[in-house]
Write a protein that binds this ligand. Structure first.
Ligand SMILES: Nc1ncnc2c1ncn2[C@@H]1O[C@H](COP(=O)(O)OP(=O)(O)OP(=O)(O)O)[C@@H](O)[C@H]1O
Length: 258
């Protein structure tokens, strides 16, 4: 990947970037069932740090938490608000408040060209189409990809598709970006480049990952286990406790609780 613009230039193009200090996620008495399976029963969390990591075993509830914070699923009881917006109910406001990146860009990209993909999110936010197209072009320029506007998604590599998703999300200027393992399967330089982009311009990040190293410098890490917060605190402390516990479990060759 080629070098992006510096953070100040990116911020200027992203426009109206939310103040990181004002970003706040409130999860109150959250109950959530997925196809009859109880994923959360009374979860409470307040997140106001700039970089929050979420870790936990397969099936512990991390992706469902990401969907709930992004407002993509309604809670069965309780509420999730991001910067005061009830994200599942106030969908238009939620699109301006929180963005999400999934593991597989092909689950996120809908349109055949890069320009259409970036324009779509902005129009969904309520921007007139001409303005949205102009902003899509400005965003591509900020990421040193001005020639990608008419580029077919099919001609892009997996890493490049991730970059399209990232640009589409950041063009919408969300205060909070939720990352649901978006870099799994990418090579190290691509992962580092995408992470650097995010670090420069995303006001607040909630990053779900099995890559514990990527979260070591975060302000806070939450270990989720069977839909509950098992440990919550400084990154190094929580990650070390998690590794110690998982190393013990890994010795047992038991998949029963997966
Ligand atoms: N589409 C679905 N239908 C029914 N149950 C689901 C669905 N998706 C997830 N679940 C259940 O919800 C629970 C939490 O799953 P979730 O995907 O949030 O786990 P995760 O922590 O993200 O796991 P992984 O690390 O494997 O991605 C699991 O018990 C899972 O079986």
């Amino acid at each position: 990947m080629t070098t992006p613009q510096d953070g100040a230039t990116l911020n200027a193009v992203m426009e109206n970037v939310a103040d990181a200090a004002a970003c706040r996620i409130e999860i109150r008495d959250l109950r959530y069932l997925r196809d009859g399976v109880e994923v959360f029963d009374g979860l409470n969390l307040t997140l106001s740090e700039r970089r929050v990591g979420v870790i936990g075993r397969n099936g512990s509830g991390k992706s469902q938490l990401a969907r709930l914070i992004a407002g993509l699923a309604p809670a069965d009881a309780g509420e999730v608000t991001v910067n005061g917006v009830a994200v599942a109910k106030e969908r238009l406001k939620a699109l301006r408040t929180v963005g999400i990146l999934f593991q597989n860009p092909d689950h996120q990209i809908i349109f055949p060209t890069v320009g259409e993909e970036l324009t779509f999110g902005l129009v969904a936010q309520g921007m007139p189409k001409d303005d949205a197209q102009a902003k899509a072009r400005r965003t591509l320029e900020a990421f040193n990809r001005p020639d990608w506007y008419d580029r077919s998604i099919q001609t892009l590599s997996q890493g490049q598709r991730h970059l399209v998703c990232l640009m589409a999300v950041l063009a919408m200027n969300p205060g909070v970006v939720v990352l649901d393992e978006p870099f799994a399967g990418l090579d190290l330089p691509t992962t580092l480049a995408l992470t650097r982009y995010l670090d420069r311009v995303a006001p607040a990040l909630v990053h779900i990952s099995h890559d514990l190293q990527a979260l070591r410098d975060y302000d806070r890490v939450i270990w989720v286990d069977q839909g509950k917060v098992k440990q919550d605190g400084p990154a190094a402390e929580v990650i070390d406790a998690y590794v110690a516990a998982m190393t013990g479990q890994g010795d047992s060759d038991d998949f029963a609780d997966l």
